[in-house]
Design a protein around this ligand. Structure first.
Ligand code: MD3
Ligand code: FE
Length: 208
């Protein structure tokens, strides 16, 4: 990653979250897609079911000690891909982004890879399956633009929407760590980063 050679970058505040626009250069983004292709080759994408038995529109896989999983038995972290093999290691360029933006945090032990194809979205939810909410979450956007919505720690709280673009990185710490958030829609064809189109989001978390 070459992005930080020019010194610190500024983030903008979106309801307590910090958005680093274009944190990754186009070359960084292309390199990231390369390493993610290797992750997906080892740990193929799958479509989890919600606890109500509905198939999620987002396809996903993970890297790191833990992977996020969901089925009728509920949401949880598991130490193996559904095929039974351990998750691949979190790629070095992903660790570099974490260290650059949240150097004081413990290293992430889960890198969730979400792939949004045409029509995929993610309903408003909180990330609260982790043990230590003092640790931040870092989210990396690649490919097509997505309309991201973030509110407060209450489901009915006021929300704010922002388009996340390829190369943007979002840091969720402090009160924003437990904010409700989701993806309302993806602008299909807005980026040519991914050969087959769509959007990838990497969500880095400390699970233990
Ligand atoms: C705000 N992913 O995987 S990224 C998720 O784009 C998830 O795939 C979305 O929400 C996506 O759980 C949103 C931005 C994001 C990620 C984690 C957060 C926002 C967050 C955790 C707390 C608050
Ligand atoms: Fe989330």
């Amino acid at each position: 990653m070459t992005r930080n050679d020019n010194g610190p970058v500024a983030g903008i505040n979106v309801r307590g979250a910090t958005l680093y626009r274009g944190f990754l250069t186009p070359a960084d983004q292309a390199g990231m897609v390369e390493v993610l292709r290797r992750v997906v080759a080892e740990a193929p994408l799958f479509s989890p079911e919600t606890r109500w038995g509905r198939k999620m529109s987002v396809r996903m896989t993970s890297a790191g000690r833990y992977g996020w999983f969901s089925d009728r038995r509920g949401y949880r972290y598991i130490e193996r891909h559904p095929s039974g093999t351990p998750w691949p290691a979190i790629p070095d360029p992903v660790h570099e982004i974490w260290r650059a933006l949240v150097p004081e945090a413990r290293p992430p032990d889960c890198c969730l890879v979400n792939l949004y194809g045409e029509g995929a979205k993610m309903g408003l939810h909180q990330d609260r399956d982790e043990a230590d909410f003092s640790q931040p979450v870092v989210s990396i956007s690649l490919g097509d633009e997505a309309l991201f919505r973030i509110g407060t720690t209450e489901r009915s709280g006021k929300t704010e929407s922002v388009w996340l673009k390829s190369g943007d990185v979002l840091v969720l710490g402090g009160a924003a760590r437990l904010a409700f958030h989701g993806i309302d829609r993806v602008r299909t064809g807005s980026s040519s980063l991914l050969r087959d189109g769509g959007r990838i989001n990497l969500t880095l978390r400390v699970v233990d």
